[in-house]
Design a protein around this ligand. Structure first.
Ligand SMILES: CSC[C@@H](O)[C@@H](O)C(=O)COP(=O)(O)O
Length: 356
């Protein structure tokens, strides 16, 4: 008899990369500064070490930052000596604020810490267990959201398509499977995506160092391009969808993501290609009305003035290094979250999906 069942996604096949490991005593973070040539975990014994790892990009990607901060709160609680959750919360609040200050743009960091605060505030004498369970829940919910978004996003892509992605949005940036990279994994598994392109993502090179490595681990063929080649690629007709992640999605559908996302969206619209943003609802910030209200992180000029630790720019040259930009909602064809898809986002469609 003919087998008519649709192909399935073998999620377990994509579970090999685990960026965040809780040992019960410490948090181990796969040090993304050393990839792809060294696969080493950085052990964080207290919450300030977690904050430093987030700031230094040892762990990066909006959901992974949030999950790491949640475990950082568990570590902070080690220092507390309280009979109930509310008292413990007051004791660890300064440590939570230091975690929150590690990076400003991705809302998942503040979201995860707010969730940890709420859990602790309502807990009794079992507050240590409550806090650990909440961190675990944040992590497992993220993995489930990624798998759901993978299926939803891949469903928008016509069979035989080419896609371009930016930055790293894969297992390394999340609890696993990834957001935009999850859609790409699902789209390849379901036979909808034939060609995958990843750009370098200067200056930190998340595309060159992380994304193509992750895809290689999965046996997914991908082609690396220079950031500056993206418009040429789209004009050439090799890309049907640009698929990216997000660090913060505003109430009007504006999206903050890795620097360079905005110009990809402009180019996609110019060339008649589609533009998809994939992010869990923990990245949606309905309290921020529009993208011009988002704080854009600016990092050290050294990231631009050198490559792989070696200076390539003449002494005395100044650089400006904003590491995120805002893509206006009008350039976005679809925002995919685990709650569903918002097509051509605006304030009304965002409120219909996310409330408030
Ligand atoms: C699923 S990750 C989504 C975003 O966080 C990602 O696209 C991004 O911009 C990451 O920036 P980074 O500076 O590497 O943390």
């Amino acid at each position: 008899m003919e087998n008519t069942s649709a192909p399935a996604i073998d999620f377990a096949r994509h579970d090999r990369i685990r960026p965040i490991r809780w040992t019960g005593q410490s948090l181990e973070l796969l040090d993304q500064r050393r990839l792809p040539f060294e696969v080493e975990y950085l052990a964080c014994a207290d919450s300030d070490e977690v904050a430093a790892a987030i700031h230094a990009l040892a762990v990066r990607g909006a959901p992974a930052i949030g999950i790491s901060a949640a475990w950082g709160a568990v570590l902070a609680a080690r220092e507390a000596d309280a009979a109930d959750g509310a008292t413990a919360l007051a004791q660890i609040e300064p440590a939570l604020q230091r975690l929150n200050a590690a990076r400003p743009t991705a809302v998942n960091l503040a979201w995860a810490l707010a969730r940890m605060r709420r859990a602790l505030a309502g807990a009794g004498d079992d507050w240590r267990d409550v806090l650990e369970r909440e961190a675990r829940a944040i992590e497992t919910e993220d993995l489930a959201a990624n798998r759901r978004m993978g299926e939803l996003g891949a469903g928008l892509i016509e069979p035989g398509s080419g896609v371009l992605t930016h930055c790293n949005t894969g297992s390394l940036a999340t609890a696993g499977f990834g957001t935009a990279l999850g859609v790409i994994r699902a789209g390849v598994a379901l036979g909808r995506i034939d060609k995958v392109f990843a750009d370098e993502t200067r200056p930190w090179m998340q595309g060159s160092r992380l994304t193509v490595w992750e895809l290689q681990q999965d046996g997914i063929d991908a082609t690396l391009i220079a950031d500056a080649a993206a418009s040429h690629l789209m004009k050439d007709g090799q890309v049907d969808w640009v698929v990216v992640g997000a660090d913060r999605i505003c109430a009007n559908g504006d999206v903050a993501n890795k620097i360079g996302t905005y110009q990809l969206a402009i180019s996609a619209r110019h060339h008649g290609r589609k533009f998809m943003v994939v992010a869990p609802s923990s990245t949606v910030d309905m309290d921020t009305a529009s993208g011009d209200l988002i704080e854009i992180e600016e990092r050290d000029q050294a990231e631009l003035l050198g490559v792989a630790g070696s200076r390539i720019v003449a002494e005395g040259i100044r650089a400006w290094n904003p590491v995120f930009d805002v893509t206006p909602a009008t350039l976005i064809d679809a925002i995919v979250t685990e709650k569903g898809i918002v097509e051509r986002p605006d304030e009304a469609s965002m409120r219909a999906m996310f409330g408030r």
